[in-house]
Ligand binder design. Structure first.
Ligand code: SAM
Length: 246
């Protein structure tokens, strides 16, 4: 049976993943609000098995690295055949790799407003450089650590996009006040009970004074960002300064 590579035009946002482990999908993308959104046809998922494009009967997809060194490299002709089997439909083609640009909420927001993504999941040492260049792949990393393969990274990236699609988050969850939305990390959260193991909810949150609460939350956001992510705090301050000049 040929691989399923057609996109479904009636679904507004479609992710295609190219992987050597198609059984890993939908994985987490089939559960909870993301899975429900898929059932409601808010988004769609195509999974392409890279091995289906192997040229030989052993279904080999990798070979030893030119110049020596450890591990194996995904062959360019097979990777390109898998990529070319997927209709682009204006979607960016992303190669997940620790070498890529760090994924940010800003990029996630951009991806969520497009028609979807095509995500190539690497394995072994990675993908032959000529495919990355020849197919103009956008190299993206989900963090400064090394996974065994791109599948978990693809699910993380797609999940981050899908939860921003219109109709995915209900009233119980909202993206508007979250970390990164204004360049700051989130303020601390509390719920009942009022006292727990000798710790109380900050008095201001119980005051009912919405102005004071909003000020406290902003102060906490600034404080936590300054302490944990001086890089984000500097960018936030620079943005504020440029607004003041405008
Ligand atoms: N040799 C590569 C390097 O040094 O950068 C690491 C290869 S890793 C073992 C195998 C595959 O996992 C990569 O091709 C990539 O698709 C995926 N991967 C691993 N870490 C990742 C990360 N932080 N972000 C995105 N993808 C990652």
């Amino acid at each position: 049976e040929p691989p399923m590579t057609r996109t479904q035009p009636h679904i507004p946002w479609t992710a295609a993943t190219l992987t050597l482990f198609p059984d890993a999908f939908p994985g987490m993308l089939g559960t909870s609000i993301i899975g429900t959104a898929e059932k409601n046809r808010i988004w769609g998922l195509e999974t392409v098995d890279i091995r289906d494009f192997s040229a030989n009967k052993h279904r080999n997809v990798d070979d030893t690295p030119a110049g020596g060194g450890p591990g194996m490299v995904l062959k360019p002709n097979i990777a390109a055949a898998a990529i070319d089997s997927v209709a682009r439909n204006g979607r960016p083609l992303i190669y997940l790799t620790p070498r890529g640009a760090p994924l940010t909420q800003k990029r996630v927001r951009e991806l969520a407003t497009g028609s979807g993504v095509i995500v190539f999941c690497g394995r072994f040492e990675g993908l032959d450089q000529r495919v990355i260049e020849g197919r103009q792949m956008e190299e993206v990393s989900i963090g400064d650590f090394v996974l065994a393969g791109g599948e978990v990274a693809a699910q993380a990236m797609i999940e981050a996009c899908v939860r921003l699609l219109p109709g995915v988050l209900g009233g119980a969850e909202s993206a508007s006040e979250e970390s990164f939305e204004d360049g700051l990390l989130e303020y601390p959260l509390y719920t009942r009970p009022r006292e727990w193991e000798g710790r109380s909810i900050p008095e201001v949150l119980l005051s009912g004074d919405h102005k004071r609460i909003a000020q406290w939350q902003l102060d906490e956001k600034i404080e936590i960002t300054k302490r944990r992510r001086p890089d984000l705090y500097e960018a936030y301050r620079a943005k504020g300064d440029s607004h003041e000049r405008d």
